[in-house]
Design a protein around this ligand. Structure first.
Ligand code: HEM
Ligand code: NAG
Length: 431
């Protein structure tokens, strides 16, 4: 299966030798190979030029990058009707006035908030925000937690579920700190065992949670889902595109930027603050919904915002080290029964085990699959799916423009019938 692929093989040892420059090292090599193959990808090349020139690191400007947690942005814990959910970044933003305190925001609230508070690229913020509004809200607004008041229910088949109820639409298995839905009965609360394991790995790495630590722990979490969750399902969008983002965001966004560490240093204390953890290791205490920006914390430089091409590179770098991340499929009702779907059978040959690691195909597949899977999902949410579909078509075409994506025109979801993690949702009218 996919694990046999040795395309563009950069050995694990080579990558491990440069943990903090994981993507950059990979980029260098891959770009050389792409150039040699006569097919340099302009976005990748641009990212490379920006970040890879010898000695060039992102600029640091304290005044521009400081993120206030005082005054209008002072921490205010959520009240009983305020929504908080699976995303620690959005929870922290809502607690500090970078999103409405209710936890329900418009597309623009999310786009502006993600840029102001974390330095997310407008392209990525735009897609994430629009996707949430379509699948978890009323097309213009959505809740970062559960079902909420204040949405426009006209044309909807029920009250939108919010991010907390979006399993396999947005939220997926193999989350860093959130448990798998069918293992814990919820997918939005932090599991202390998972947080502690990640924290420990950071301590062993000199109090630094970097991409190498995260990639290693993602491998552990993937294996745990295989061996502990009989309904584990690694879905095309939530598994292949949202899952790597959840992992890379921890370092790319939560790390504190400084003159000494312009790319960021993520210490255990900063991780604890963003994950609402108090107490000293190993006696941690989790207070759901109290995620907070630490004092004296600095976000990404505006010249170095985290964009879709940047995420594409991180996604690919992780997948090259651990090709199991590429496997769409799941357990078939018992633990340790993971069976992958042949990407060619799923996509009518557009994406294959051979080409998934070429160009930007991996992230292309995630985005495009979300569109092909949409009609089924949306028919359970909207009286008439036309507006939602057209909005998603626009968002996917914007997100993939310039990535050189092959055109996916169908997704054979019959391939998923053997996975209860998929069919349970269809029969619940949820997926
Ligand atoms: C519109 C913007 C955003 C949306 C719609 C969004 C949505 C989500 C969703 C649905 C999940 C759950 C995925 C899963 O199952 O693992 C998630 C996880 C996560 N998000 Fe966000 N997010 C957004 C922005 C951000 C930002 C700005 C950060 C910055 C730190 C962030 C950091 C994370 C992290 C670290 C996780 C993994 C949580 C864990 O399991 O430990 N997100 N997000
Ligand atoms: C961020 O880095 C700066 C410079 O090293 C430091 O003064 C500040 O305390 C750090 N912030 C956090 C939250 O660790």
């Amino acid at each position: 299966m996919l694990t046999k692929i040795a395309l563009l093989a950069l050995s694990a040892q080579q990558i491990a030798a440069f943990p903090s420059y994981l993507s950059e090292v990979f980029l260098n090599k891959r770009n050389a190979e792409l150039a040699a193959a006569g097919s340099p990808c302009p976005h990748i090349a641009a990212e490379l030029a920006k970040r890879q020139a010898p000695g060039v690191t992102p600029p640091f400007d304290a005044a521009e990058q400081y993120v206030s947690n005082t005054g209008a942005n002072v921490f205010v814990p959520p009240g009983p009707t305020d929504q908080r959910g699976p995303c620690p970044g959005l929870n922290a933003m809502a607690n500090h006035g970078y999103l409405p305190h209710s936890g329900v925001g418009t597309i623009d609230d999310f786009i502006n908030g993600c840029q102001t508070a974390f330095g997310m690229g407008a392209d990525l913020a735009d897609f994430l925000a629009v996707y949430g509004a379509i699948f978890d809200g009323d097309l213009t607004s959505y809740s970062i937690g559960g079902p909420a008041a204040g949405l426009n229910l006209l044309g909807l088949l029920g009250t939108p579920e919010g991010l907390s109820g979006s399993h396999n639409k947005y939220e997926g298995d193999v989350s860093p700190t959130r448990g798998d839905l069918y293992q814990y009965g919820n997918d939005y609360l932090l599991q202390l065992s998972q947080f502690s394991a990640l924290y420990e790995l950071g301590q062993q790495n000199g109090n630094s949670i970097d991409l190498a630590v995260l990639t290693a722990y993602r491998t552990t979490r993937f294996q745990e889902s295989v061996s502990q969750n009989p309904y584990f399902f690694n879905a095309p969008f939530s598994g292949v595109a949202a899952q790597p983002a959840a992992w890379s965001f921890i370092y790319r966004f939560m790390a504190n930027k400084s003159a000494e560490h312009p790319e960021g240093l993520l210490t255990g204390d900063v991780l604890k603050s963003f994950y609402s953890i108090t107490g000293d290791y190993p006696n941690f205490k989790y207070t759901p919904g109290h995620e907070a920006f630490p004092d004296n914390w600095y976000k990404r430089n505006p010249a170095d915002y985290y964009t879709i091409p940047y995420l594409a590179v991180d996604t690919l770098a992780m997948a090259l080290q651990h090709t199991e991340f590429l496997s769409v499929g799941g357990n078939t009702g018992t633990t340790n029964s993971f069976t992958g779907v042949d990407p060619a059978a799923l996509t009518g040959g557009v994406f294959t085990a051979q080409n998934l690691l070429q160009g930007n195909n991996l992230i292309c597949f995630g985005f495009e699959a979300s569109l092909q899977a949409a009609p089924d999902i949306l028919s359970g949410l909207y009286v008439n799916t036309a507006a939602a579909l057209s909005k998603l078509t626009g968002a996917v075409s914007k997100a993939t423009s310039g990535l050189g994506c092959p055109q996916l025109s169908s997704l054979n979801t019959a391939q998923f019938s053997k996975y209860p993690g998929y069919t349970k949702l269809s029969t619940a009218g949820n997926y």
